[in-house]
Structures are given as structure tokens and as C-alpha cells.
Write a protein that binds this ligand. Sequence first.
Ligand code: PAF
Length: 286
Amino acid sequence: MKIITTKQDLQAAVQECKKAGKTIGLVPTMGALHQGHASLVKRAVKENDICVVSVFVNPTQFNNKEDLAKYPRNIERDAELLSSIGAQYVFAPTPEEMYSAEEMNTTFEFDFAGLDKVMEGKMRPGHFNGVVQVVSRLFYLVQPDKGYFGEKDFQQLAIIHHMVERSSMAGTFGNLQIIDCPIVREESGLALSSRNERLSAQEKETALAISKTLFSSLKWAKEEGATVAQVQQRVIDTINAVEGLEVEYYEIVDQTTLLPTSTFDHAIGCVTVYCGPVRLIDNIKY
Ligand code: PAF
């Protein structure tokens, strides 16, 4: 496995693979890798000749400086994991390598047809502009055949699909296919997240109430016949009743439009919860 730190070296490596007729799978990450990321990488390794993993804590998608500063980083451990599961290239640039000073300080405005105006977009202004800024740059540099993203960040995935569909008309990213990968959970039900590293043992225990409540809500909807509004409120109340947890939002929305829905058809419930100072997200499809 080769670790690359410059855009130039990345493009040279990619060109060589392309010339040899090899297919490329890209897994964009911000590092602090866990088994959720590993599942994406293993799939990319299996489905492509070459797997490129980017490890880059993208400053332009953080609207909270403290969150950026505290985001866990451990490139040595990440590289060890990636090498053990068969990735061929790791792209780990510095922010200065990735962006010019102007790009770093300019707010890019993309049109996401309203997908960015709800949930995470409402709570973290500018977040998805930063995500699309970095993901589109990675797509441009790597020109992958397939890009792999986890469903834990469901709204991010919807926005990336939207971006790729729009740019496919212009042929910007060739025939790039976005592959949705299911959430990976601990046996306890806790959704794997790099942010879990910031939880104490006690907080990790407390956080279990999030997935447990989401799973119970399936039963409330399907077996008890509760309405969307009732399920939504009960999820919020159940999680808030746990000491140490505070719901920021719980929305039940249509999986395509991300707009609130009054039926469970094609619906997904997306939650954000503060567990102490750590902001956790999770979701469940009804
Ligand atoms: O999901 C993430 O880890 C990030 O938002 C991504 C897609 C790697 C872009 O920085």
C-alpha cells in the first residue's frame, strides 16, 4: 500500500492505473477509521481493481472550530488497518495541499434543491457546501468508477447522489456510480462513528439508548399503529428521559426528498443527540 500526500502524485498514480485499464473505487474518509469504514473499503477492494482511500479531515465542512480541533486523528493506525484489508493507495494531504488560501476562506454555494436546508443542513450552516467541495475535488482527482459512502450520514449521501446526478449530464465525473453502504453497528446496537472515540465508557453505555429507541420505534409504527407524529414525539421523549442525552432533532422524512412525511412509506427517521459534549447521529428506515 502506498501513502500519497500530493495531488500531483495522486493523479500520476491514477493515470497509470487508468492506462492499464484498471477500475478504481474511492472511499473518502476523515480518518479515525473503524469497522464501518473497513466495511466500505473491503467492498471497494472486492468490486474494483484498485481501491483508493482518502484520509483528510476537511476543515471547510466544520462550522464549529472546537469540533474540528477535537476530531480524532491517527494516520499510523489508519494506515495499518487499510493495508491489512487490501487498499492500494491512501491519499492523506494537508489542508494547504488540498486548497488554496482563497478556497479555504471562501464559502462555496452549491444548489442542492433544498436537500441541505433541513436537519444537519439547518443545524450546521455551510456544512454540506464543505462536504461537496471536498468530495467533488476528490472525484475530479481520482476519477473513480465507484464512490463508497455510509448510510449513517444519510443526508450527506442524498446530497452526493444529487450532485453526481446533476453533473452526469455534463459528464464531469464520467460514469461514476455512488454505492450506498449500510450502517455498521456494535453488537450493542451503537452505530459506529469516529466520534465514539470521544465518549467515556459511561457515555458509551448511555448512548445505547439512541439505537435502542430507534429500534423500538419500528415496533411502535408497525405493531402498535402509532402515527408518524406520535412516533416522532415518543422517540424524542424517550431519549431525552435518559440522563446525559439531549435530542437536537428527530425528523421522519421521505428518503428521497428529505422532507417531512406523514406516512411510513419510504420513510427514514434521522436523529441527532448530544451525549455529553459529543454530537452523535443515527437513523432508521421504516
Ligand atoms: O463522511 C465523511 O467522513 C466526510 O463527510 C467525507 C465524505 C469524507 C467528506 O469529508
